[in-house]
Design a protein around this ligand. Sequence first.
Ligand SMILES: [Zn+2]
Length: 114
Amino acid sequence: MARIPTLGPRVPTLDTRKAKPLPKKADPHYQTAEHEAWAAFVKRRAGYRCEHIDDRTGRRCERSQANGDRMYADHIKDIKDRPDLALDRNNGRCACNSHNTRAGIAARSRRMKS
Ligand SMILES: [Zn+2]
């Protein structure tokens, strides 16, 4: 009588791929040609300089593309709050990485409070 071949481990190996968080999905709005044009306008209007004004000192941020900083077109009113203003040029400002990020965090925390 033939022996039954060794059985594999009863407990399957955990597939860690399933445990990984989902990749962040960028809002599809950011991939549109309209957004590109809006962003290009906003940055050009600002001379590729960060438009953030410090609340305390009243001074404008000194980061700029000319200084080697990456500039972003930032929505003053977050598009999650005001999707109707997504392409409004008056709802755009040029911001450096830190001020662009901070604006996003502030908008998120405002949403969580409301
Ligand atoms: Zn800045």
